[in-house]
Design a protein around this ligand. Sequence first.
Ligand code: GDP
Ligand code: MG
Length: 157
Amino acid sequence: EGLVVAIVGQPNVGKSTLLNRLAGVEAAIVSDQPGTTRDTLREHLVLEGMPITIVDTAGLRETDDRIEQEGIRRSWSAVDKAELVLYLVDDRHDEHPQDLELLARLPVDRPRIVVRNKCDLADRSAQRLDAASTGIRLSAATGEGIGLLTTAIREFA
Ligand code: GDP
Ligand code: MG
């Protein structure tokens, strides 16, 4: 199954859109409604000749919904099994305290790449220095910057 890569982050940051972009098919349901992805979804694909398994996960957040809670439990289990974690954030927003908390909950030795998604919506002129210098900026929706991520995954593997 090749390198196992998990896509994690808060709801609505574009995790499922990124899976679909990398897989080249509409494997996961994408919607502007937080909580759309409730179960983990695995896609086997070949990325520039490199076999990988990408795991799309439910958005990590506090919730009273029992099914969503189970999805989040499965997401952490996917993180546990992944060799590489893609941690997605919304490029439009400042670093969220919750992101730092979630990143801190990843196993310490688990390699991770911070991906700043939705760069097509972000105001470049308003970009702060730390935002520009942390992680890979891309747009899962338009495909802009996807090559940077593919290269980073290749270099990791
Ligand atoms: P998830 O909850 O993290 O899986 O997020 P989704 O993939 O379901 O996407 C949430 C919403 O953001 C949907 O309306 C997507 O169309 C939109 N979206 C995702 N990625 C991008 C992006 O790169 N640019 C823009 N403009 N919209 C995006
Ligand atoms: Mg999703």
